[in-house]
Design a protein around this ligand. Structure first.
Ligand code: AMP
Length: 339
């Protein structure tokens, strides 16, 4: 088959390349010079295009090379965080796996919330002014992402005190959200437009510093040290859910698929993740979604318990993407899975 799968060298590139290889498709790595050594160690790319950084994806010669190699680009978190996403959606000329317009919704907190509500999914309360706050809140500063630049306030007074100490420039578009107390759960879904079906391929939780280490110090020491929780992801931990909870996650995922079809046609294609906090098994709140492959899927390159139940073979998210591309190619339906 003369189609190839391309991705940028970071985030979940190793498993995307590996998935392409497992599905007998050519694997193209767009590799930042500084990461070349790392990716060479795994010998997964059939072709490597060296670049200075992720913004080079939009260079004319890069786009021409990808089109010449009949590449389908698989986007991931680095593209969302480090590229001007509107520009990428408008100007990137090679086919992108998935619905590229949905990436704009993922990158915008208000659009994100709108889509979750449209899907009938419960989201945390948000407050347009600090004066309205009547519960513990997590504050997400403008431009904050990946848990960096968040802070916690126990209530209105604590929030006002913390805001008074904040740099005025940062106060611009504060996103003040109810802090949901519970355990985080990140299910990895794949929606196949070719099959018209949502698959659950794995579940993880994130390992975040320093919040996940706070329980290791006794409460009086926490008070003495005046520690503030931070939420920066350093890794992911596998999880299986109580079987009785699975159906509610599937219902949320299906609601999400339908909402994206209504608000961002043709809707979600391929991987997405609903980022939830469970207060109790039947009390689940969703504070985020990702409309592309998430790094937590790196846990399951060779499959997870759920993907094994469904596919009976080592089916990681990277491979599932490559399989959809291969099947679309074989049935001349590439336009149904790319934008
Ligand atoms: P995010 O960058 O939105 O994925 O959030 C990073 C981390 O902050 C999450 O994994 C959670 O631990 C925490 N977090 C974000 N929003 C909330 C919330 N509304 N309630 C409790 N924890 C949250």
């Amino acid at each position: 088959m003369n189609i190839s799968v391309a991705t940028y060298g970071s985030h979940s590139a190793l498993q995307i390349l590996r998935g392409a290889r497992d599905e007998k498709l050519k694997a193209v790595l767009i590799c930042p010079r500084g990461h070349r050594r790392l990716y060479d160690r795994f010998r997964l790319a059939d072709e490597t295009l060296l670049v200075d950084g992720v913004k080079d994806l939009l260079r004319d010669d890069m786009q021409k090379s990808l089109i010449d190699m009949k590449s389908v680009l698989v986007p991931h978190g680095t593209i969302i965080s480090d590229v001007d996403i509107e520009k990428f959606v408008e100007d990137f000329k090679a086919p992108v796996f998935g619905n590229r317009r949905l990436l704009v919704w993922e990158a915008d907190r208000e659009l994100k919330e709108k889509l979750l509500r449209e899907a009938g999914i419960r989201v945390p309360r948000t407050f347009s002014s600090p004066d309205e706050v009547d519960c513990p809140v997590i504050v997400k500063l403008p431009g904050a992402e990946g848990g960096r630049g968040y802070f916690l306030a126990s209530g209105r007074e604590d929030l006002l005190k913390k805001l008074a100490n904040l740099d005025v420039r940062k106060k611009g578009e504060l996103y003040i959200q109810e802090y949901v107390l519970g355990v985080t759960v990140y299910p990895h879904f794949f929606y196949s437009p070719l099959k018209g079906e949502v698959e659950l391929l794995g579940v993880d939780r994130r390992y975040e510093t320093n919040v996940d280490s706070l329980g290791r110090i006794p409460a009086p020491d926490q008070l003495n040290l005046g520690v503030q929780p931070t939420y920066e992801v350093v890794g992911n931990i596998p999880l299986v859910l109580r079987e009785s909870m699975l159906e509610s996650f599937f219902e949320m995922a299906e609601g999400f698929v339908e909402a994206t079809k209504r608000l961002v046609p043709p809707g979600v294609i391929g991987p997405f993740c609903i980022e939830a906090i469970c207060r109790a098994p039947d009390d689940i709140v969703v504070f985020e979604f990702s409309a592309r492959i998430v790094a937590g899927t790196n846990l399951f390159v060779n499959g997870s318990p759920y993907s094994y139940l469904l596919h009976s073979e080592g089916m990681g998210m990277g491979r599932r993407i490559a399989r959809e591309i291969r099947i679309a190619c074989e049935t001349s339906s590439l336009e149904r899975i790319t934008t």
